[in-house]
Write a protein that binds this ligand. Structure first.
Ligand SMILES: [Zn+2]
Ligand SMILES: [Zn+2]
Length: 284
């Protein structure tokens, strides 16, 4: 298996628009492991379309509990279970992930009990282990090392950037964050930095389209990064490739790749990818 990153859902925020991209989720295949990072709406469809057998679901990481990152965690695992999942799935997430999972299983109790009795399936609750993590080392297993860094995403305090290292290859996910200089040390020398990004000129049009505009603008400015800021982190970290992801806005017809490139080129001269759903990036 070649090591690759597949951007399954590339937009920031939970809204869906006709023909537009899906909220946050990514697939990372590294060192023979199948790793899902964030489970926004569309993650299950995205994994299947990327050629992944849901039965092979292995490791799932959640950066924070905003719905555009966690809404489809339960449905993903449940769908894998009905597809014949028979091996354990390990879910790593911030405090509160266990609460989400237990309540999801309660909400689906009728279906789960029915399928166990009627179809002879193993108990889904025994197949899933939930591991709530904080800052520092999250996992070290067969050459795969995963570390977490708390980032700046108010009002959410448990929001973590994640770094995956295996045999000299590495990928870092910024999670959702305002400009956060410690990310540069955390991402130092990484093969790929997947960083969230907003585009200034798109924010006003987005705010105008959405109700509650003033509060939305306030949240975006306090809790997210501009493309130029993502480029600054990538330059300071000396990564091999920057991937702009969790794009805000992601579905404005007036804004295209050229606008993102123009913004990020002010601070980043290296290899660059602007995320879109289904895009594959080889791991260097
Ligand atoms: Zn988000
Ligand atoms: Zn968020």
């Amino acid at each position: 298996m070649r090591d690759r990153l597949v951007l399954l859902g590339s937009k920031g925020g939970p809204a869906l628009r006709p023909g537009g991209p899906w909220p946050s989720s990514s697939l990372l295949e590294i060192g023979g492991r199948t790793i899902v990072v964030d489970c926004g709406l569309g993650v299950t469809r995205g994994l299947v379309d990327a050629g992944i057998s849901l039965k092979a679901l292995d490791l799932v990481f959640i950066t924070h509990l905003h719905s555009d990152h966690v809404l489809e965690l339960g449905p993903l695992i449940h769908t894998a279970w009905t597809a014949g999942l028979a091996s354990p799935v390990s879910v790593f997430g911030p405090p509160g992930t266990g609460h989400y999972w237990h309540r999801f299983c309660q909400a689906m109790e009728f279906d789960i009990e029915t399928r166990i009795a009627d179809e002879g399936r193993p108990d889904i609750r025994d197949l899933v282990s939930i591991n709530e993590f904080g800052e520092g080392q999250v996992l070290r297993q067969s050459g795969l090392k995963v570390t977490a860094l708390r980032v700046d995403h108010p009002p959410v305090t448990d929001c973590f950037a994640l770094r995956f290292d295996h045999d000299g290859k590495s990928a870092v996910f910024s999670a959702d964050t305002a400009f956060f200089p410690p990310l540069a040390d955390f991402a130092e020398g990484a093969g790929i930095l997947v960083h969230e990004a907003m585009l200034e000129e798109g924010i006003e049009r987005l705010v105008a389209r959405t109700g509650n505009g003033a509060r939305l603008r306030e949240h975006l400015l306090a809790s997210h990064s501009f493309a130029e800021e993502a480029g600054r982190i990538a330059s300071d970290a000396g990564v091999k490739r920057l991937v702009l992801n969790h794009l805000i806005p992601a579905d404005d017809a007036e804004i295209g790749d050229a606008d993102w490139v123009a913004a990020v080129r002010k601070t980043w001269a290296g290899d660059l990818t602007i995320a879109r759903d289904g895009l594959v990036v080889e791991l260097a």
